[in-house]
Design a protein around this ligand. Structure first.
Ligand code: C2E
Ligand code: SIN
Ligand code: SIN
Ligand code: FE
Ligand code: FE
Length: 372
């Protein structure tokens, strides 16, 4: 049996690996690829990639072959040794090695004999994770194996650092904007769940009409901002208990343009999408909406989706000016406005998915003081 792959074959693997890294922007998918690759490269039985959590001083498996998520103290075990010493650890007889922590085996039922654990370091030389392979299929891990894994680990570290940073920026960014949207909503809607529901139900419809995952995610994240412009509407109008008079409603309509002006950034795909939804979510399919009287597919698709979902959620919620409608009445209303206010295709999917929509609505019930 061939315990070492030829050098050429390994080089080919390495080149393929570089391409995959560049192509995969998704962190989880990327780490899976790295783990599969590392396992194949050194003919190991398993590979795990741990992320180092500095705050809790733990390592947790972001990816692990055959085992679920495991969290271990960074002060214990071979992976912990690698994380804290920032040096490669090679273990050939685990149960007779002082560095080994048998707790993980006890939990998983796996028997570990050999380990290579490689620290993943960021640009500053701080540990961000550990790449670990267990049990060579034939024979023993060699220093060549460790050296090749080090190469993989260097690439993995760079990619992981970028991905973690990108993730953090994106999360912060989203949180900030979502909080801002909730701040506007809080005033007139007692609760903060309307925006979340509009995001989730809009994403469901986007999926049903066949948009790809990236677009669906974009809609989920941007739809909640549709009413951010209400922040610029005087409370006397926004919180009025009765119907609005004509001039008050004219003022209210400005929330679409105000939202657009807050969000628009042509260079940022995310903000541009959010801005268009804010601008167009009260346009009607037949051209009788506002602010511009756009019709049909002059209205962007995400805005046509949000238009339906927003009205549904407004109808089935209490507002300062009205009580919630029951589901039957709301669905009937949506259907009755098909082709007039709403895009027929979206109406169709809305009606088709009634049960799932109600499930989402019920799962995101209004609660006071839930800004997070
Ligand atoms: P909103 O409360 O989020 O309502 C969004 C949309 O849901 C409304 O857009 C409308 O298309 C639909 N909708 C809500 N309640 C009803 C209803 O009882 N009957 C019908 N047929 N549709 C309803 P619209 O009309 O462009 O209103 C935009 C925003 O203006 C509303 O957002 C709300 O903040 C405010 N608004 C509208 N009507 C009144 C009102 O009578 N009193 C007060 N205080 N505000 C109002
Ligand atoms: C190499 O380093 O390319 C050879 C690998 C090996 O034989 O383990
Ligand atoms: C350890 O790092 O000591 C535990 C290795 C394992 O079995 O996963
Ligand atoms: Fe609105
Ligand atoms: Fe709304």
């Amino acid at each position: 049996m061939d315990s070492c792959k030829g050098a050429e074959q390994k080089l080919k693997l390495l080149i393929e690996f570089g391409h995959v890294l560049i192509e995969k922007r998704d962190l989880d998918a990327m780490l899976h690829t790295i783990a599969d690759f590392a396992r194949e490269l050194v003919e190991a039985d398993r590979c795990s990639i741990y992320i180092y959590d500095k705050i809790h001083d733990t390592l947790w498996t972001k990816v692990a072959h055959e085992v679920g998520r495991i969290t271990i103290p960074a002060s214990k075990g071979v992976a912990g040794y690698a994380a804290l010493s920032k040096e490669v650890q090679v273990v050939v007889d685990a149960y007779n090695d002082f560095r080994f922590n048998p707790d993980v085996d006890m939990r998983t039922g796996y028997i570990t004999n050999q380990i290579i654990a490689i620290p993943l370091l960021d640009q500053k030389g701080e540990t961000i994770g550990v790449l670990q392979v267990l049990n060579k299929k034939e024979g023993h891990f060699t220093f060549d194996d460790a050296e090749m894994l080090l190469f993989v680990a260097n690439q993995a570290s760079a990619a992981l650092e970028t991905a973690l940073l990108y993730d953090e920026i994106r999360t912060t960014h989203l949180k900030l904007i979502t909080k801002l949207s909730s701040a506007a909503e809080f005033k007139d809607e007692e609760t903060s769940c309307h925006t979340k529901r509009v995001g989730e139900i809009s994403a469901l419809l986007a999926e049903c009409i066949g948009l790809d995952e990236e677009k669906v995610d974009l809609i989920r994240a941007t739809a909640p901002m549709h009413d951010i412009g209400k922040i610029g509407i005087p409370d006397a109008i926004l919180l009025k208990k009765g119907p609005l008079d004509e001039s008050e409603f004219e003022k209210m309509k400005e929330h679409t343009k105000i939202g657009y002006n807050i969000l628009e950034d042509h260079e940022n795909e995310f903000l541009h999408a959010a801005a268009l939804i804010a601008l167009e979510h009260h346009e009607h399919y037949d051209g009788n909406g506002y602010p511009e009287g756009k019709r049909g597919d002059e209205i962007s698709l995400p805005a046509r989706i949000v238009a339906v979902v927003d009205v549904f959620d407004a109808l089935t919620s209490d507002r300062p000016y009205k009580k919630a409608w029951d589901y039957d009445k709301a669905f009937e209303y949506i259907q009755s406005r098909e082709g007039l206010q709403f895009d027929p295709l979206i109406c169709y999917h809305f009606i088709e998915n009634r049960a799932e929509i109600i499930r989402i609505k019920e799962s995101l019930k209004d609660e006071k003081n839930s800004l997070d």
